[in-house]
Every structure is written in structure tokens, then in C-alpha cells.
Design a protein around this ligand. Structure first.
Ligand code: HEC
Length: 117
């Protein structure tokens, strides 16, 4: 029946609308501020090596783009490492240590990179 295709198209449009709404809701002021602070942390401490946006390649090729980290593990799992200082054994990766507040912001920022995929 030819009438099935337009119906399916309509359903997809509704679904896309729902997803867009979900994004708008999840960008509530507190979260947005947290993400912003996380972005600032990343820009200050990490961006010389890691890509911190959705499209750019990492300035240092060996450093994984932050938007890809969630493919290897849940980014929440990084909070402990961020508190203790990440040590990857790679000489060009500096040691650093974040405060609990900073970690929360940074994870919120990393999670924001996972959306819209
Ligand atoms: C001087 C360059 C440099 C800076 C600055 C830097 N990194 Fe890295 N980072 C690297 C490199 C290179 C690797 C890949 C290490 C490897 O594969 O052994 C890496 C790997 C990582 C990984 C992946 C570890 C894993 O085992 O999957 C994480 C997470 C990470 N960096 C977080 C950060 C964070 C957070 C910051 C900022 C606070 C930061 N890095 C700053 C160079 C850097």
C-alpha cells in the first residue's frame, strides 16, 4: 500500500522533534553552567593536545579526542582518575588533579560531547 511510506515519514519527524526537545530540556541552566566550566577546564588544561569539540582532530595525534572517550569506557569512570591524577605512562601527558567540583563539571562537559550522535 503506497500510503504506508508517508505515515512512516511522519513518525520519524515526530521522533526527531522529541529528541530535539530532550536536548533543550537537558540543557537546563545549572547543567549548562557546569558544562561551561568543564569546557573551560578542558580548554585550559587539555586542549593543547586533545580535541575538545565535536569535529576537530586532536592537536597531538596520539591524544584521543575527548568526544571519543565514551567509546572506550563510561566517562563517569574517569572521575576517580581525575581526582588522583591521570597517569597514562605517556611522557607527553602531564599529571594533573581536579577538585570534586571541577570533576563534576568536567564529566558534565564530557557527557555533553556524547549527545547528538
Ligand atoms: C601534553 C599533551 C596532553 C595534555 C595537555 C593532556 N593530555 Fe591526555 N593524553 C595525551 C596523550 C598523548 C594521550 C594518549 C596516551 C596513551 O595512549 O598512552 C592522552 C590520553 C588521555 C586519556 C585516555 C587515557 C586512556 O587510558 O584511555 C584521557 C582520559 C586523557 N588523556 C585526559 C586528559 C585530560 C582530562 C587532560 C586535561 C586535564 C589531558 N588529558 C591533557 C596527551 C595530553
Amino acid at each position: 500500500m503506497p500510503s504506508r511510506s508517508p505515515l512512516a515519514g511522519g513518525c520519524r519527524a515526530v521522533l526527531a522533534g522529541g529528541l530535539a526537545l530532550g536536548l533543550a530540556v537537558s540543557a537546563a541552566p545549572a547543567t549548562a553552567a557546569s558544562i561551561q566550566r568543564g569546557l573551560t577546564l578542558a580548554r585550559t588544561h587539555c586542549a593543547t593536545c586533545h580535541a575538545i569539540d565535536r569535529v576537530s582532530p586532536s592537536p597531538l595525534t596520539a591524544a584521543p579526542a575527548f568526544r571519543d572517550l565514551h567509546r572506550s569506557y563510561a566517562v563517569e569512570n574517569l572521575s576517580e582518575a581525575l581526582a588522583e591524577g591521570i597517569m597514562t605512562g605517556h611522557p607527553s601527558m602531564p599529571q594533573f588533579r581536579f577538585d570534586p567540583d571541577q570533576i563534576e563539571d568536567f564529566i558534565a562537559f564530557l557527557k555533553s560531547l556524547e549527545r547528538r550522535r
